[in-house]
Write a protein that binds this ligand. Structure first.
Ligand SMILES: [Zn+2]
Length: 82
């Protein structure tokens, strides 16, 4: 049996309504189709090899190490406390 699952923050590509788009998923949690409750938008999801959310990318940041600025001891670095 298919179940409805609303997608938070999703925008309908047809009418532009936000938070009105839901998907139908089957018992294996696989996407069947997308629908909009505000308009007649309907899109079949034919082949989803992986249904992982791609918008959850975590951006990694490398801290910049400043060298040679002054002789101040590092105040807030928990690297090594000698
Ligand atoms: Zn719509």
């Amino acid at each position: 049996m298919a179940r409805k699952r609303f997608i938070a923050g999703a925008t309908c590509p047809a009418c532009g309504a936000q938070d009105r788009v839901y998907v139908l998923v089957n018992d294996d949690d696989q996407l069947i189709s997308r629908h909009c409750v505000d308009c007649a938008f309907e899109e079949q999801v034919e082949s989803m090899e992986e249904n992982r959310p791609t918008d959850a990318v975590v951006q990694e940041w490398t801290p910049v190490r400043l060298t040679g600025l002054s002789n101040k001891p590092p105040a807030s670095s928990g690297e090594s406390s000698d």
